[in-house]
Design a protein around this ligand. Structure first.
Ligand SMILES: Cc1cc2nc3c(=O)[nH]c(=O)nc-3n(C[C@H](O)[C@H](O)[C@H](O)COP(=O)(O)OP(=O)(O)OC[C@H]3O[C@@H](n4cnc5c(N)ncnc54)[C@H](O)[C@@H]3O)c2cc1C
Length: 396
């Protein structure tokens, strides 16, 4: 029977395991000591819960799960891996879904700064948020802003320090950054924009942050949400091609025979054939399943449409497609309330941002995938169902 080994039991690894279990024996190995869990909750409901929730057990079926054990080496020629405890396991096909770690800031005092990537980090933050009076958050990206929102709900003073001039600038158009920042400000979050952390020290049990603009800030705790470093160490040591991630083709194959990669750690050709590395839940899930099907012999190119969500300050924000590549925006709904902004490029629907309007995701996905150029007046009219604007052959 074919033996598939998966290194990493995150969303990509577990989605792949469920698929591969239909085709043979599957072993999933993870260095994390916990049962597999969903990371998005770590910056949201897990932090708010009175007591910190434990991951739930899965129905393993044909999957063998080995937790709390790091894989120390891949031997591609022998089709073997070596675990840190010395055990050697053979595979027919190997999948790397090793994700990555929260990027550390290269500044003096960095060892005092919290990161948030795994359950251990979240459990620690959960406790500290209940002891601290205030927190500084370096980086106004998804994780930093979600923690800012949670910390305000728990009554802490919150400072967000961001090098750029707007929040979530890499994924949101300026008007949505402005709207989100206004909601955070209204809840009491204080922003320090256009500056970064120079160094950090302690005085009388408090942390003193010296910012790049010369100002000082005093808080109980500091968290950094400044990006992600893909975990490519194992792959690189095995001679597998890496370039800011493990490089794969449309089917998820790496440069080594019978070794595949998926999820956050992988660099894949997107629909424009550009090398891309995405860190979103849906991508991890879909890419993991897609690559698993290729491992089982059903190879096709991965053609994803970007989508992610974030929950902040009572808003559910969903971002679909490529709103930043657009040249025109149509507002559907009231600007301050639940609404959808639809982004057009050369008349075609290129992306959308939904505020408490997630039900628009499905028809807008069909509109983008069909290459439709709907009438902007109809798009803007909430009385016109979006599904009515999908070209007939795509709606079928
Ligand atoms: C706090 C937080 C909040 C998020 N919120 C959102 C959100 O709201 N919306 C959204 O779309 N996305 C969100 N994401 C992103 C999403 O969770 C990730 O894209 C997804 O977890 C990636 O899955 P993955 O399987 O590729 O990697 P991971 O989930 O990182 O899994 C990789 C696993 O590999 C293991 N591993 C690594 N090296 C080894 C080794 N040598 N041996 C054994 N095991 C190893 C690690 O222990 C880890 O468990 C969030 C992420 C975080 C951290």
């Amino acid at each position: 029977m074919t033996h598939h080994i998966i290194i990493g039991a995150g969303h990509a690894g577990m989605a792949a395991a469920r698929e591969l279990a239909k085709h043979g024996q599957v072993t999933v190995i993870d260095a994390d000591p916990h049962l597999p869990y969903e990371r998005p909750a770590l910056s949201k409901e897990f932090l708010l819960a009175d007591s910190f929730p434990d991951p739930q057990s899965h129905d393993w079926g044909a999957i063998t799960f080995v937790g709390g054990t790091r894989v120390a080496e891949i031997r591609p020629d022998a089709h073997e891996i070596r675990l840190e405890d010395g055990r050697v396991l053979g595979y027919d096909r190997l999948l790397l879904t090793t994700g990555g770690t929260a990027r550390a800031l290269p500044v003096a005092g960095a060892e005092m700064i919290l990161g948030l990537r795994d359950l251990g980090d979240a459990r620690k933050l959960h406790g500290l948020l209940r002891e601290a009076l205030d927190i500084a958050i370096i980086g106004a990206g998804v994780i930093g802003l979600e923690v800012a929102s949670t910390a305000r709900k728990l009554g802490l003073g919150v400072h967000v320090i961001e090098l750029g001039d707007r929040v979530m600038a890499r994924s949101l158009p300026p008007e949505i950054s402005d709207l989100l920042m206004a909601r955070h400000r209204a809840s009491g979050v204080q922003f320090h924009m256009g500056t970064g952390l120079d160094h950090l020290r302690t005085r009388d049990g408090r942390q003193i942050l010296h910012l790049g603009d010369g100002s000082d800030l005093e808080v109980d705790q500091t968290l950094a949400g400044v990006g992600f470093t893909p975990d490519t160490g194992l792959a690189e040591a095995a001679g597998i091609a890496c370039d800011h991630g493990i490089v794969v083709d449309g089917a998820g194959r790496t440069s080594a025979p019978d070794i595949f990669a998926a999820g956050d750690v992988s660099v894949f050709p997107d629909s424009q054939q550009s090398p891309s590395r995405w860190q979103t839940w849906q991508h991890a899930q879909r890419h993991g399943s897609h690559v698993a099907r290729a491992m089982a012999g059903q190879s096709s190119d991965y053609m994803p449409l970007p989508w992610f969500w974030t929950d902040q300050q009572g808003i559910n924000l969903q971002v679909l497609g490529s709103p930043l590549r657009a040249d025109h925006c149509v507002l559907r709904g009231a600007p301050e309330g639940p609404s959808t902004r639809i982004y057009l490029r050369d008349g075609q629907v290129a992306g959308a941002v939904m505020i408490d309007q997630g039900r628009d995701t499905r028809p807008l996905t069909a509109l983008i995938e069909s290459g439709a150029s709907p009438d902007p007046v109809a798009l803007a009219d909430p009385a016109t169902p979006l599904r009515n604007l999908i070209p007939a052959r795509s709606a079928a």
